[in-house]
Write a protein that binds this ligand. Structure first.
Ligand code: KE4
Length: 430
């Protein structure tokens, strides 16, 4: 078996000639941790193998979709079986109906929905629908929350007390960004002030009900019910972006966990089981505004693709049949978080470890971490050194301080023990 990095490095050289940064999504470049990424050859259960034969315990799980672990036999079988009858028809199929019915059962707020190909596409469509239904132009998002790369969501806080967004990417126009207002997460007073100032222009508030794109930052007690009351009071829609939290923090997502009913929900990742599927949905009164019934256009060649839906359906059916999975995810997530806290304390390293179910983040700051400004106080150079030692010890963690570890149902005691030992070595080596 080859060791070292020869094959990965050769592939990266070729990749960099034809793909920006050698990758098809920026975070995969490992730029945030100052390393070259290993190219992955295969995965099974909780494990990954790179093209040079190195084995890892995987805590990225494709950034969330693989809650059952890699290459789950039932998921692979569903894909193989479906593909034998054809890959795509551009026509309605039974699988899409079954998928929508299953999601509607798990998420009662989603009486009607549309399947699309990614979380980005689902968010983009939900925002268009919110603007159409309210006749208002502005969207509130929270600093540190990520909702995919549609233009309006690539907006960041401007200078001073300005709440109107400024472009967070080249190619996004100032006018587009300015229609996105940026609020601090977990800050009711700031939201009240924004609605007092511009409530009549605000179509919706979009929120990660469990934030995981600034690292894991759970909602403060009462924050989500507050958002529900505030938006209802001002005639704005509440949109839960549950692309990560949906079917992860609970079978019914964060809206079940916190008992808050949004107007629209966005899903992705797990509902595709590793294949490209997104969804947005809500009350029938809203969703009937979507073409061909209503004036809000949204379409997609591969939306509801039979093979992708088969992978998602197989995944959701296993989760539905075994609710104990969520107890195990919480137990394992809490155990790993405790081990990492103990390792940091043993090394005299002040860190803040957040954990909720199968999600966790080690922030290299004394904390607290309740919003993006506080998350940004983390020492990203220390995180990069922590990450590097984990990787050298066979632990494939998310390559950024501002992402979350993902555990799967396939992670066993031995995986957690390996991660705890690697974490302790990494904390000592800082
Ligand atoms: P996609 O378009 O990547 O399917 O989904 C966008 C999206 C929307 N909403 C939330 C809450 C998300 O976390 C995401 C995508 N998540 C990132 C990881 N934090 C995907 C990884 C990547 O961009 O490569």
């Amino acid at each position: 078996m080859r060791t070292g990095e020869q094959v990965s490095q050769a592939l990266l050289s070729r990749a960099e000639a034809v793909l920006p940064g050698g990758v098809n999504s920026p975070v995969r470049s490992f730029q945030a941790v100052g390393l070259k990424p290993p190219f992955i050859a295969r995965g099974r259960g909780s494990r990954l193998w790179d093209v040079d034969g190195r084995e890892y315990v995987d805590f990225v799980c494709s950034w969330g979709p693989l809650i059952l672990g890699h290459a789950h036999p039932a998921v692979v079988e569903a894909v193989e079986r479906t593909a034998r009858d054809g890959l795509s028809f551009g026509a309605p199929t039974a699988g899409e109906v079954e998928m929508a019915e299953l999601i509607a059962e798990a998420f009662p707020s989603m009486e009607m929905m549309r399947l699309v190909n990614s979380g980005t596409e689902a968010v983009m469509s939900a925002l268009r629908l919110a603007r159409a239904c309210t006749g208002r132009p502005c969207i509130i998002k929270f600093a540190g929350c990520y909702h995919g790369h549609s233009d309006g969501m690539l907006a960041q806080a401007g200078s001073g007390l300005a709440t109107a967004g400024v472009p967070a990417s080249a190619g996004v126009t100032p006018e587009t960004a300015a229609a996105t207002l940026i609020a601090p997460y977990n800050d009711p007073a700031a939201l009240e002030a924004m609605f007092a100032a511009r409530g009549g222009e605000i179509a919706a508030v979009i929120v990660e009900p469990v934030a995981a794109n600034m690292g894991l930052v759970p909602p403060a007690p009462g924050f989500l019910p507050f958002l529900r009351r505030l938006t209802a009071r001002h005639g704005a829609l509440l949109i839960f972006d549950e692309v990560i939290s949906g079917f992860r923090v609970a079978y019914g997502g964060a809206q079940a966990l916190y008992d808050v009913r949004p107007d629209l929900t966005v899903l992705g990742k797990i509902i595709g089981g590793g294949m490209p599927v997104g969804a947005y949905g809500g009350g029938r009164d809203l969703m009937r505004q979507v073409a061909p019934l209503g004036p809000v256009y949204q379409a997609g060649t591969l939306a509801g693709n039979p093979v992708a839906v088969a992978a998602g359906l197989a995944t959701l059916k296993i989760l539905r049949a075994d609710p104990a999975i969520y107890d195990r995810l919480e137990k394992n997530g809490a155990a790993l978080a405790a081990d990492l806290r103990r390792a940091a304390a043993g090394a005299g390293r002040p860190v803040t470890v957040t954990q909720l179910g199968s999600l966790l983040t080690v922030f290299f700051t004394p904390g607290p971490v309740a919003n993006y400004a506080e998350a940004r106080r983390s020492d990203t150079a220390l995180f990069a050194r922590f990450f590097t030692t984990l990787l050298a010890n066979g632990v494939y963690a998310p390559p950024s301080q501002f992402e979350a570890f993902f555990l799967s149902a396939a992670h066993e005691e031995s995986d957690l023990a390996l991660a705890a030992a690697a974490g302790a070595a990494a904390m000592r080596a800082l």
